[in-house]
Design a protein around this ligand. Structure first.
Ligand SMILES: [Zn+2]
Length: 146
């Protein structure tokens, strides 16, 4: 793997887990330049965002499974159903908590929003002009950003 071209900046970025989405634009400019120039930090940033999204996905799947387990126990009503139900609900609560922590502590939700926005822009660009004209001004601004 290539080395960071500016280890001091690289260290600062590592401390933020390569997340500069919370910085003011005038502050983030230098770091964006570094990302543009530095292959090392760019790949690290990608890795961290992938981890964030994987964690959220995992927590979602796990919450879903616990909820499913709860439903199955409810449906079949085995012996000790009460304690199994409690266990399933605790599992669900823990998964939801992890989901929340990841969502608050990382920029993963922003990454998802960005992907959604790019997707919306693609759809928007393909719409016939007369439909595009009819979109409310506010919505068009949100999608195209201009
Ligand atoms: Zn770097």
């Amino acid at each position: 793997m290539s080395e960071c071209i500016d280890p001091i900046v690289g260290k600062i970025l590592a401390g933020w887990r390569y997340d500069i989405s919370g910085l003011a634009p005038e502050m983030g400019g230098d770091y964006e330049e570094h990302f543009a120039a530095c292959e090392h930090c760019r790949s690290r940033q990608r890795l961290h965002r992938t981890i964030d999204i994987a964690l959220i996905a995992l927590a979602s799947v796990s919450a879903g499974l616990f909820l499913l387990a709860f439903g199955v126990i409810r449906h079949f009503g085995p012996r000790n159903a009460f304690w199994l139900e409690i266990a399933a609900l605790i599992g669900f609560a823990l998964s939801a908590l992890i989901w929340l922590i990841v969502a608050v502590a990382t920029p993963a939700p922003m990454a998802v929003v960005d992907v959604a926005r790019i997707g919306a822009r693609h759809v928007h660009d393909r719409l016939p002009a007369e439909i595009r004209e009819r979109l409310p001004e506010e919505l068009r601004l949100k999608i195209t950003g201009s």
